[in-house]
Design a protein around this ligand. Sequence first.
Ligand code: ADP
Length: 484
Amino acid sequence: MKRFWQYLNPISRLGFKEYSLAFPLVATTVAVTLLELISIYLVSTPEAVGVYAIFVLLAVIIYFSLRDGVRGGYIATTLTISYYLYIIYSRNYIGERLSSGITTTIFLGVIYFLIASIIGGLKQLIDNLISKEGDEKKRLLTIIQQLPVGVMITDQYGQVTQVNHRIESILGVRVPLGYHIGKDDMILSGEFSGKPTTLSQSPLLHSLTTGKVVVDREFIIDRSDGRKVIISVSSSPITNRKGHIIAAASIISDITSQKELEARKDDFVNMASHELKTPITSLKLYIETLRVQLKPTQDQKQLKTIGFIENQTNRLQDLVNSLLDVSRLQTGKLVFQKDPFRLDKLVNEIVTGIRGTIKQKIVISGRKNITVKADKSRINQVIVNFLVNASKYSPENSQITIKYVVSDGQVIVGVQDQGIGIDKNQQKKVFDRLYQVTDAEEKTFPGLGLGLFISKEIIRHHRGKIWVESDKGQGSTFYFSLPI
Ligand code: ADP
């Protein structure tokens, strides 16, 4: 029944480009024959049928123009006109009646053909547009299916409208169309940052409710087959022209093997740095012993060589310590011993210690007597890192300024240099693990790109902030703030 209705209903056939020839031909012939039978057997004056015929057949023409396009309309029109001519012929019109009958038929014929052309033309235009959109959609769906990442699209209510095969292979469950992200939590049964996920943490729902884009949020999923997979989810809202959210799309990628590789690499670095620590400590002891043994001989050349060895060993020790700090940060084993101390005094101590070892002039400016409650040796580490960097990336004899200001219950420490500066789009990245600004001039500087990452983590653990202000070629000022 439904199919029959669909066959008859011209609106539900919009987008179909199968235009029937037989149906308008047969149906119009049936309509014309019925009209003729009515005029012969039911109506007293057979001529009177002409008026009804005009309206009935006009309706037939409109119907077939809508259902079968221009061709359907023309078939119905041709049959209609033929019927009018048949009426003129069969009723034996003569004289004035004949001429007025022919004029009316020609006039109606032109109007009917015009109507069939306009309605049929519009219908075909709409069909073309719909099928073009359909082709576009098909192309998009094919691309979505082929993507190496999982893609899920929902409507504004969180109901899945599109999903590709990759989703199933990542999550280990089939996500049926119509699945409700907000209600069923099959996909959400997992962990986010080690804790069980809640509905509000679903990136898709977040994008739907807030209109914001979520980038690379990591979840651990317990699949029904017992496998644990780590996925990275990004999602973004889809808005209409008025800016209203009409859908949301989510991209899910399986990052389990990438994470395993990272973990193995971290394990290796952790193990290697632990193994390196012991020989370096022994090396330093031997250097000290050697120095004591050489002292009485006063052999300056040898003492100088020992000095070099010691410097390089210290560098090595710093690198290994940085690696160890990073490992401890990742495993949450870096402990902070927070006690009150005078920050201004610490700065003075550091500057006194470092002055002889660098080729720039250091100036301190700021208030005296600032006490903070923090891990002194770790804050020391941050300031030294800032100063060493300032010296490393600045010309000789330039000036490095350490300034501190107190405002709004916090102290801000800044280390300013007159060095090479950092490009605006790299300023955030310098605090990332293993990040080093790469371009021909800076490549020559040794380092691992860990110092600022460790500093950032230290300051984060003290509920402070860390940032840089700089312009390429104009020097940099690295800041951190601590609550007082
Ligand atoms: P590194 O051991 O390479 O110095 P850091 O984490 O301390 O590692 O610094 C990361 C990167 O930030 C550096 O490689 C350098 O490119 C850039 N950088 C840090 N401090 C400065 C500075 N004062 N001036 C210019 N560039 C800097």
